[in-house]
Ligand binder design. Structure first.
Ligand code: SF4
Ligand code: SF4
Length: 669
């Protein structure tokens, strides 16, 4: 064993490997991605023996692969972010009815805020919808323990089990004692055994539903009484009058789940400290962390609620625990009042934090003014006011900028709807490009464009999709467009990576996570095989070429495609920054107002022969990567490319090999 400073997701990878996991499959999505990458890294350096790890094409593929492995008796781990579970949900709903043999754990990371997601959905809710148990860690250490327990639980009840951390648990770092070497658990000798139970017929589903209901009751009992799970459902009493010298019966209860439980415990310690300093008595309270929210450990709720008059619930996203406490009060005819999201006593969306929790708890316990919590809130507000707001923007030199610009220029005044998708390129919606009108979910851009074309055929319909999203969720939309003859232009923004989540490989890159080389799947060949007749190509950093290709694709009647191919700047060496010719710059600002690259600024004080009093553009060489797009946009030849365009393009034309080293680098950090 070695003590290591690890990010939560890295530690969860170690935990799964120490539990003997044999198959790990997922689809990248913040905040979950580092788990799979850590397994790959440990496997590559020989510290994780016998494990197969992969980025699957999408979440559904990953979960179904994990299910097959678990049917054989292998321990299998599936990973995704919360919205990824929507994609895998078809498999999940049936998998629970069928059951598993080897432990099957679903690591589904939720994103309160949301910080990098399209929804604030709560996987605890999904777990109860799917009737699958869920474990909800308050700290990375607890998540580490839960990952290992989850495999045992899965095998004990033949059920898939969800472990649901949130962003702050996934990305917080602390010290862990981890094994230097792990070995996947040996497979049962008999392997996969054919049995009617693996086939989900209606009659089987009816029987399976009864089995699920029975095991949920048993698991709720285990969560309340088995020490393996009770450790995640901490309960204690505190408050000044809770001390042995001033015994009292609590009338106030505090329930918390996930990272909110950690905030509450820290806030209570701080309140105790402040109360002591101010010589103020805190009312006695009872605290309960619910680390196993579904099936709800009803027996623990009964112990917790004994004698309470009020209960406040702290949790992020949905009111899962609040609902459970309300139902518990109803079922047991208890008279305690429940405060939380419904009563506006806790935040009804976004993340909780320590300062807000402290303030609300002080208010709940009736000591806010006595312990100086009001002034702390003001301090926090003034600190927030000083933090500058940094709007999200496409990187300097991002090839997507050229793709959007070409399409906008080619459309001119033609009425159009521009459908976006999930990825960095959603940032094309920002000014001055304003090239994205919609963004719904993975793969939706291509199919939504078809809906627009049916209802508003007088407009041009353009769909933007990234290369990874194309393989993950775009193919059915293309098939639908061809089959039904929809007049849309599909722009595939192929930057040879899954850029937004950290440059993961995908079927088009030709490199797997285990380092094997496969023939990259050609996006053009796929489009052609699906029946798309008009397929154009362009380098988005070559404006003339892109404009011509965009014009051809937009003029085509019926489904057409335009593949914009240029690697993400994260996976290639940057070029030399361009320079402004201060004698030639007129200060017209076209380079700024047309493409909005953050590498270009404007100095109103600068003077030159042509700009006179207007000021001049300047290049920030720390941001500019020499993509040369602004050079092609400037109408006055006032931007000098530092290297000939052709030379730089040749240097940037090997994304696969560079991608491989970028992946290796990412694994090693
Ligand atoms: S060359 Fe121009 S557009 Fe490209 S990164 Fe530099 S400043 Fe931005
Ligand atoms: S660099 Fe060119 S486009 Fe930019 S302000 Fe100067 S003249 Fe105008």
């Amino acid at each position: 064993m070695t003590k290591q400073l690890l990010m939560g997701n890295q530690a969860f990878a170690h935990a799964a490997l120490e539990a003997g996991v044999r198959v790990v499959a997922g689809y990248p999505g913040t905040p979950s991605s580092e788990l799979v990458e850590t397994v790959a890294h440990l496997h590559e350096k020989g510290a994780a023996q016998g494990v197969h790890v992969e980025w699957s094409t999408n979440e559904k593929a990953a979960l179904e692969l994990a299910a097959g492995a678990a049917y054989c008796g292998a321990r299998a781990l599936f990973t995704c972010k919360q919205v990824g579970l929507n994609v895998a949900s078809d498999a999940l709903m049936s998998l629970n009815y069928v059951g598993v043999k080897g432990g099957a754990v679903l690591f589904v990371a939720d994103d309160p805020g949301p910080i990098s997601s399209q929804t604030e959905q709560d996987t605890r809710r999904f777990a109860s919808f799917a009737k699958v148990p869920v474990l909800d860690p308050a700290t990375p250490e607890q998540g580490f323990a839960m990952m290992q327990v989850a495999f045992d639980l899965s095998e004990r009840y033949r059920t898939p089990v969800i472990v649901r951390p949130t962003t702050r648990i996934c990305h917080a770092s602390t010290f862990f004692d981890v094994a230097d070497q792990t070995q996947a658990r040996a497979l049962p000798e008999e392997g996969f055994e054919p049995d009617p139970r693996w086939i989900i017929f209606p009659r089987r589903a009816y029987l399976g539903h009864g089995e699920i209901n029975d095991r949920l009751k048993d698991m709720a009992h285990d969560f309340a009484h088995d020490e393996q799970f009770v450790q995640f459902n901490t309960m204690f009493e505190g408050g000044t009058s809770g001390r042995s010298d001033r015994a009292g019966t609590p009338r106030l209860g505090i329930v918390a789940g996930g990272v909110s439980a950690a905030y509450v415990q820290d806030a209570l310690s701080e309140l105790e400290r402040r109360a002591q300093k101010a010589n103020v008595s805190l009312p006695v309270y009872r605290f309960w962390q619910v680390g196993t929210p579904y099936p709800f450990p009803e027996d623990l709720a009964t112990s917790f609620a004994a004698g309470l008059e009020r209960v406040i619930v702290f949790e992020e996203l949905d009111s899962v625990l609040e609902d459970e406490m309300l139902m518990h009060a109803g079922r047991t005819h208890a008279s305690y009042e429940v405060l939380g999201k419904y009563t506006h006593d806790t935040r009804d969306r976004g993340e909780n934090d320590l300062d807000d929790t402290l303030l609300r708890l002080a208010n709940y316990l009736g000591v806010d003014a006595l312990v100086g919590c009001m002034s702390m809130s003001e301090e926090q507000e003034s600190l927030m006011a000083k933090v500058p707001i940094r709007p999200p923007v496409l990187c300097a030199g991002c090839p997507h900028r050229g793709s959007f610009y070409a399409i906008k220029r080619a459309l001119g005044k033609t009425e159009a709807v521009l459908c976006g998708d999930i990825g960095c390129y959603t940032l094309g919606n920002a000014a001055p490009l304003e090239a994205i009108d919609t963004c719904l979910c993975m793969g939706a851009g291509i199919t939504m464009a078809q809906g627009f074309s049916v209802v508003e055929p007088h407009k041009k319909q353009v769909a933007f999709v990234g290369d990874s999203t194309f393989f993950a969720s775009g193919l059915t939309g293309v098939a639908n467009a061809v089959y039904n003859g929809h007049d849309i232009t599909i722009c595939v923004l192929d930057n040879s990576t899954t850029a937004m989540t950290g440059s993961q490989p995908h079927p088009g890159t030709g490199v797997t996570l285990m380092g094997e080389h496969r023939p990259p799947i050609s996006i053009e060949a796929v489009l052609r095989a699906l029946g798309v007749k008009c397929i154009e190509h362009a380098d988005p950093l070559n404006l003339e070429e892109s404009l011509a290709a965009a014009q051809n694709a937009l003029n085509y009647a019926g489904p057409a495609a335009l593949i914009f191919k240029s690697p993400c700047i994260q996976i290639v060496k940057p070029g030399v920054p361009v320079e402004i010719d201060t004698e030639a710059c007129t200060g017209c600002k076209k380079c700024i107002t047309e493409i909005g690259c953050p590498g270009i600024g404007f100095d109103p004080q600068a003077r030159g022969a042509k700009s006179k009093e207007r000021g001049q553009a300047f290049i920030d060489p720390t941001l500019c990567n020499g993509c040369n797009l602004c050079w092609q946009v400037c109408p006055f030849d006032a931007i000098a490319p530092s290297a000939p365009l052709d030379t730089q393009q040749t240097e940037q034309s090997t994304p696969v090999s560079v991608h491989e080293s970028a992946v290796k680098e990412a694994r090693n950090d």
